[in-house]
Structures are given as structure tokens and as C-alpha cells.
Ligand binder design. Structure first.
Ligand code: C2E
Ligand code: MG
Ligand code: MG
Length: 509
């Protein structure tokens, strides 16, 4: 804004100068007049050109040169003003690139920028000149389609767009495939003014993403209810963080070969006053979005460390306590200090704490991550990669970062004993981990068959309902005491306070 105002002031100054020139030219000799006039015209032309450029910059996205949000809104209100309500639908179509962040993270921002340009060009080429394609957000485009006909007509257009964007892009010499999610609202059915239609298309896009991406959704009135529900959820989550409405459940990690308990994972739950226990999948993403994950994560960390210390003080074996970290916590510059403080306050040894990270959080800023991981590692804290296999195609980070454990994602374990592809993936992850001298654990083990398969593949540890669901602290302690008693009965030469206890026969479930 300041930049534009500055240019405008500059123009005025130049115009004032020109006026003076003209006056001066009036008293000058005639042969100079023509020359001065030509120069004034040239100056005015270049000013007009600069003005056009300023207008263009203000109204267009600099990366794609497509209209931006303001110009889109303007064209939409013009189209609505010019169109009687019964003239056939005007469609507002929001197109979101699925998982575009991965393109930036894995292939770099230069590639991401080219993808956005290429998508913009493909959208423009797919529509008619009277339609508008705008870029209205990082990975979101808005389309104004005049005369879309009826809902079926708009659906056919959206479908065509999805297929055209699914064809591979060649960016920086490499082939890249994308999917998109599409949200559609129609005039007059879903709204009579531009901002309502845009909100409706945005809600429909959200819905298309939620139902699995690579999808198209039309606005439905029930989506308004979703917005209200989200506002409620936002309010009660803020209240919950301020008033400490959370609790931790604990799930054991066991050695595949011996069935001994070797660790535990802390999993947060929200004790909602009316809804009961809410699963982290239903509130962690919102907590991340609202910036609440940092105080919540700090509470989880401290609580889990304190609980582990309490169990060790009560004579239970020394276990590693796994704590999940979210990307926002990792990005905070002071993560090692926060962890050191939690350990110091609770008196827990660093080697009794394991941080569960995800692939994406390391890749976001690999240089920064290297420093943080080195500091955590030198403190003696264990580091594991959660949900391994779901994030990145690049594995170079495995040798770059100092890690201890790979956790094979549950999605590969589920059909392990019946799906040859899943078995091949799990086998490869185990071989990869062992070649890099990493420990490997399978999560989501629900059956004896899956466990037997993992044993055959040489997996080190497992976690899942087959041994125990995540349970409150007192139930976990009872599970541990039963396991401890069992393993003491079973083994010779193992002392209380060492790292493993046996799995009771599914008693902890
Ligand atoms: P995760 O860290 O991968 O945790 C494993 C999830 O799988 C847990 O879900 C656990 O209850 C579930 N699970 C364990 N065994 C089985 C099984 O045999 N079968 C099936 N179907 N599921 C199993 P939960 O507790 O709902 O947590 C979901 C996710 O929420 C976690 O995935 C983690 O990413 C996140 N989360 C949980 N607690 C925290 C936390 O304190 N901080 C952060 N940042 N994220 C957390
Ligand atoms: Mg985890
Ligand atoms: Mg996991």
C-alpha cells in the first residue's frame, strides 16, 4: 500500500512539473514548442503505462499473472449484476491442489511456483474467454463460470477440469502428477451475492477435501451447520487448554521376539464436559491451526515425564516414554530447552524419554531440524519417526538426521498377512532400518497373525490392540505389574528396574 501511495505521490509531482513545463513552453520560441509537446506526450504515456502496471499489480497475482481475489470479487459482482436470476446458473468454482505442501517440501519452492503457473495456464485454457480464473490463496484458484447452465452442467465442467489437471505436468524436466479438490456454488440456488457464493464454494471445497480429496462437492445448506459446529469447537478447545481438560492414555510397546514390554506411548485425550473423551484426531489439527498445540504439547510432555518418574519411583521397570510432537512444537526455536526443563522439573532421565516425530516436520526445514535433532540427541533423548512410510518419497533424511527408531505406519500393518504389497513394504522398511542400524517398531498390531508375520520378518518391536489399547495411567500400571510378575516368574537373572517386562495374555486389553 505504501509502495503504491509513494508512486502516486511521485506521479503528482511529475504532473506538476509538466504543467510548469507547458507554461514555460508557452513563452518559448515556436520551434521548441513542438519538441516540448512531444516530450510531454511521451511522459504522459509512460505515466499512463506505469499506472496500468500499478493497477495490474494490485489486482493480479504476481506469480501466475492471474487475477487476484479483489479482481475476482469485482468480476463476480459485475456478472451477478448483469445476470437476471433466471438466466441459467453462474458457477463459482474453488479449486484446491491436494497436498501441494508436499511438492514444495520435496521438490523445492521453484518447482512449486512452476506448478502453480502451469495449473493456472491449464485452467485458463480449459475455460472460455468470458470466464475468470483467479488465484486466491497459496494453492487455491477461484473460477467464475458464466452460463454454466444448471447443476449438471456445472458438475460436467468441474469433472472436465479435474481430468485435465490430472494429466501429468512436466516441471523442471521431471514428470509430476497432481490431484485437485473442487468446491462449487451456484447462483441463484446457493446465494444471490458474491460473498455468499464465495463462502459457499469454500465450504464445498473443504468438504471435498474432507471426503478424501481428488473430489468435487457442491455446496449444501448443511455445510453451514458445519461452520457453526467448528466455531463451537474452537471456543471450547480454547477453554479446554486454559482449564486443563486433558488427560493422557498410555499404550505399551513390546519386543516382538520376547513379548516383553520395552516402552510406552503417551496419547492425549480431551475430557470434554458433555461429549466425553475426544480423540486427538478430532482436535489436534484444530489445536495446531489455532496455535494451541504449543501449550498443550508442553503440558503433555511434562505430564508424561512426571508419570514415568512416578512409575519408576514406585519400583516399576525403567521404560522409554514416547511423546508425540507436533510440527509447531518442533518449529519453536526452544524445543531442546523446553524438553530439558520438563526433564529437570520431573527428575526424569533423558534416556527415559522418546520423542515421536513425523517425516514432514523434518523435511520442512531440514537445516534447522538437523541442529535441533543434534541437540536433542546430545541430551540423550531417543528420537523416532512416527507413521513411517506415509510422508515422503525421499529417504535421504534417514542418513542426514540422527534417529533411533522407525515406526511402521499402521496402514501397512493392517493387511500385512494377506496383502503381498503391504508385506513387501513392511519387509523393506525393516531391512532398511536394520541396514541403517535403526530400531524398528510396527504400530497397529491387532492380531496374532500380524504379530507372527512381523516376527518372521525380524521386526524388533510392536504396539497395538493385540497387546493393549491405550489406557489410563492406573490401568497401565496394573498391566505393567501383571507383566512384571509374569516376566519375573519366567526369567532368571533379570532385575527389577531393568528395561523389560512380559506381555500378560491380553489381560491389558
Ligand atoms: P500415533 O502417534 O501414530 O498413535 C497411534 C494411534 O493409533 C493412536 O491413536 C492409537 O490409539 C492408535 N492405535 C494403537 N494401536 C492400534 C491398533 O492396534 N489398531 C488401531 N486401529 N489403532 C491403534 P490416537 O490415540 O487416537 O492418536 C492419534 C494420533 O494423534 C497419534 O497417532 C498422534 O499422531 C496424535 N497424537 C496423540 N497424542 C498426541 C500428543 O500428545 N501430541 C501430538 N502432537 N499428537 C498426538
Ligand atoms: Mg505416535
Ligand atoms: Mg503412528
Amino acid at each position: 500500500m505504501h509502495y503504491l501511495a509513494g508512486i502516486f505521490d511521485f506521479q503528482l509531482a511529475v504532473l506538476a512539473g509538466l504543467a510548469a513545463c507547458v507554461a514555460a513552453a508557452g513563452v518559448a520560441a515556436a520551434r521548441y514548442r513542438r519538441c516540448v509537446t512531444v516530450r510531454i506526450v511521451a511522459l504522459l504515456e509512460s505515466l499512463a503505462h506505469a499506472n496500468d502496471q500499478i493497477d495490474h499489480q494490485a489486482l493480479h497475482d504476481t506469480l501466475t499473472q492471474l487475477p487476484g481475489r479483489a479482481l475476482f470479487e469485482d468480476r463476480l459482482s459485475q456478472a451477478l449484476a448483469a445476470s437476471p436470476a433466471d438466466a441459467g446458473a453462474i458457477a463459482v468454482v474453488f479449486v484446491g491442489l491436494d497436498r501441494f505442501k508436499l511438492v514444495n517440501d520435496c521438490r523445492g519452492h521453484a518447482c512449486g511456483d512452476q506448478v502453480l503457473r502451469a495449473v493456472g495456464q491449464r485452467l485458463v485454457a480449459s475455460l472460455q474467454a468470458r470466464d475468470t480464473v483467479a488465484r486466491i490463496g497459496g494453492d487455491e484458484f477461484a473460477l467464475l463460470i458464466n452460463g454454466a447452465g444448471d447443476a449438471a452442467g456445472a458438475a460436467a465442467i468441474a469433472d472436465r477440469l479435474r481430468h485435465q489437471l490430472a494429466a501429468p505436468f512436466v516441471i523442471l524436466g521431471q514428470e509430476l502428477r497432481l490431484t485437485v479438490s473442487i468446491g462449487v456454488s451456484l447462483y441463484p440456488d446457493h446465494g444471490r451475492d458474491g460473498s455468499t457464493l464465495m463462502v459457499c464454494a469454500d465450504l464445498a471445497l473443504d468438504h471435498a477435501k474432507k471426503i478424501g480429496r481428488d473430489n468435487c462437492a457442491f455446496f449444501m445448506p448443511t455445510m453451514n451447520g458445519i461452520v457453526n459446529a467448528r466455531a463451537d469447537m474452537e471456543h471450547s478447545l480454547r477453554h479446554a487448554v486454559a482449564h486443563g481438560e486433558f488427560t493422557l492414555h498410555y499404550q505399551p510397546k513390546l519386543a516382538v521376539a520376547s513379548g516383553l514390554v520395552v516402552g510406552v506411548e503417551a496419547l492425549v485425550r480431551w475430557q470434554h464436559p458433555t461429549r466425553g473423551l475426544v480423540s486427538p484426531n478430532d482436535f489436534i489439527p484444530l489445536a495446531e491451526e489455532l496455535g494451541l498445540i504449543v501449550p498443550l504439547g508442553a503440558w503433555v510432555l511434562r505430564e508424561a515425564c512426571a508419570q514415568n518418574r512416578t512409575w519408576q519411583d514406585a519400583g516399576l521397570p525403567k521404560l522409554k516414554m514416547g511423546v508425540n510432537l507436533s510440527a509447531a512444537q518442533f518449529r519453536q526455536g526452544n524445543l531442546p530447552e523446553t524438553i530439558a526443563a520438563a526433564l529437570a522439573e520431573t527428575g526424569l532421565d533423558a534416556d527415559s524419554l522418546e520423542l515421536e516425530l513425523t517425516e514432514s516436520m523434518l523435511m520442512h526445514d531440514a537445516d534447522g531440524a538437523t541442529l535441533v535433532l543434534e541437540r536433542l540427541c546430545s541430551m540423550g533423548v531417543w528420537l523416532s519417526i512416527d507413521d513411517f512410510g506415509t510422508g515422503y518419497s525421499s529417504l535421504s533424511y534417514l542418513k542426514r538426521f540422527h534417529l533411533d527408531t522407525l515406526k511402521i505406519d499402521r496402514s501397512f500393518v493392517r493387511d500385512l498377512s494377506v496383502d503381498a504389497d503391504d508385506a513387501a513394504i513392511v519387509r523393506s522398511i525393516i531391512v532398511l532400518a536394520h541396514s541403517l542400524r535403526l530400531n524398528v517398531i510396527a504400530e497397529g498390531v491387532e492380531t496374532a497373525d500380524q504379530l507372527a508375520f512381523l516376527r518372521m520378518l525380524g521386526c524388533d518391536e510392536f504396539q497395538g490392540y493385540h497387546a493393549s489399547r491405550p489406557v489410563p495411567a492406573d490401568q497401565f500400571e496394573a498391566f505393567m505389574r501383571r507383566s512384571f510378575a509374569l516376566s519375573n516368574g519366567r526369567r532368571t537373572g533379570m532385575q527389577a528396574g531393568t528395561e523389560a517386562v512380559a506381555m500378560p495374555t491380553l489381560a491389558g486389553r
